[in-house]
Design a protein around this ligand. Sequence first.
Ligand SMILES: [Zn+2]
Length: 644
Amino acid sequence: MDPEVINFKVGFEIHQQLATDSKLFCRCRPKEIDKYGETFVRKLRPAQSELGSYDPAALFEFTKMRRIRYHAAASSCLVEADEEPPQDVDKGSLDTALVISLALHSDIGDELHVMRKIVIDGSNTGGFQRTILVANGGYLDVKERRLKVQSICLEEDAGKLILDDGTVREYGLDRLGVPLIEIALEPVTCKPEEAMQIALTLGRLLRGSKRIARGLGSIRQDVNISIDNGAVVEIKGVQRLDQLVKVIEYEMLRQQALVTIAQKLRDRKGVDKQIVDRIEDVTDILAESSSKVVINSLQENNSVFKAIRVRGFGGMIGFEPYPDIRIGKQLSELVRFYGLKGIFHSDELPAYGINSEEVQAIKNKLRIDSKMDAFVILGGPSFKVDFALEAIIQRLNMALIGVPPETRAATFDGKTLFSRPRPGPARMYPETDVPSIPITSSRIASLSDKIPRSIDEILSSLTKKYRLNKKLAEQIFDSDYFSIFEEIAVSVKDISPTFIASKLTEDMINLERRGLDRAVITDELLIDIFKKLDTGTIAKESVISIFEKLMKKEAGSVEDAKLALGITSISDQELDTAVEEVLKENMSIINEKRFEAVGILMGRSMAVLRGRADGHKINSILRKKLEDMLMRTSGSGASPSAPA
Ligand SMILES: [Zn+2]
């Protein structure tokens, strides 16, 4: 599929947490925790915007009528609980947003205003998220291409979703209010792999500022995707670059499939404006069914089955222009949002234990006598079925147009799932509790030396400063460990930056691939490990084992990890004795091979000393002692092969 031909467009929206000491509108420290203290419950309802309209996304959430429980933490106060007005904007965060705006050649406003953006999924206690439009326009160069920047915003992060069981949602307040920068690029036509390059370049620019938070969840990549004859679909929650490529490829197929289906439907005769023209309760028909799905569903309180007649859709609900992409699946995703398990439709029945007599009885009740017509059945608690039916009817109407504008969530394996309708323009209004912020030219001038350099400049200075090869310089810069790498590299004496960088990149990735959680290893632990390595109390060979013990949570500190691994610090005296011991035990090899025995001896020494002393140190002691020994034996003339 050629992106140019179908006018495939991708717009990026990156959300990046900033590394600051303070939340955006209060002075709590942004620190994620998993133990909470106080809890309280709220119920949110949508309010009209100042223009008198309701936001469709807000109404949609409201139909689910959820209760929301919030968990407060040491890193939250009354501002997060929405019990106290917000304080001034954190200066450091705003400076960071300004620096990044300058780096993107974006137009910074003379006076910035805090706005409220309606969010009613409960992720914010006030029912809105505060956001500041910092700059407009600008550009980002990606290889030979110049991409336009749409806007740069500074906003507060949402609460952390802890639980969602369908009736209650629970959020942690520790993450609520953490400063985020949001950068939106103008949509461009591009191939999926180019999209990865764009995301990577933007990410590098942010990392170059050295003012951003690291770790999983600290960056969230949203993409807006559209094709010709379609609508803009917003995909949320892409966490990794390889996932981004897959998501874009999937969405390109999905949207193209929906456009194809719409075209086929419009070409049919008899598909007019009234697509769904009969709704019937078919509970009595299915009451005696032997289908397990039906029986389970009917056991729930007030359960019903309702069927609708869909004009002109016969054969089209199960039709797949591309593997696994069909209207039936889109409908199933939609009803799951209302807490239903899925749908049945005429293209797939009889199946799932529903037999042909039951299918015929449903058709009779709906007065379906043509192969051109289809039906969809929904089952579950009656109020949920009624809400979902309305959404299904709207969705079927959209099938004639093609791609519905909606927000979808990226799945871990690179697909997308319906999450909610796209929010309308009525969702912003001014935050009157925070005064507007004038941006003076002297403030901008004072930040000019903080603008991140270009990636090429950064990499070449890294290769020079730390004598890293280009690949490793790139890897460490692209990793989450860049800042801590620099901190460690300048604080140790005897460990090469190349060694540190390779442990923090390749080895960390290998451990992560084995399913271990690297987030467990904090900066403090890393510093401790490399300091101990520097002073020789742990050996280079032990670093990975220590990482592993910590990641497996079998040790909470470096000392614990050493104990668990049986690493006892060995003194120089003990090391000498141990090496001498190895030499004594291997006299026959030494006599036979002379200095060439060093390789075998090193292997045997390491077998005894691995993890308790540095390999290089063992090697130099071994060589020295072996030399001395050979000198002595040759000096006494004991060896016939001794050089003259
Ligand atoms: Zn606070």
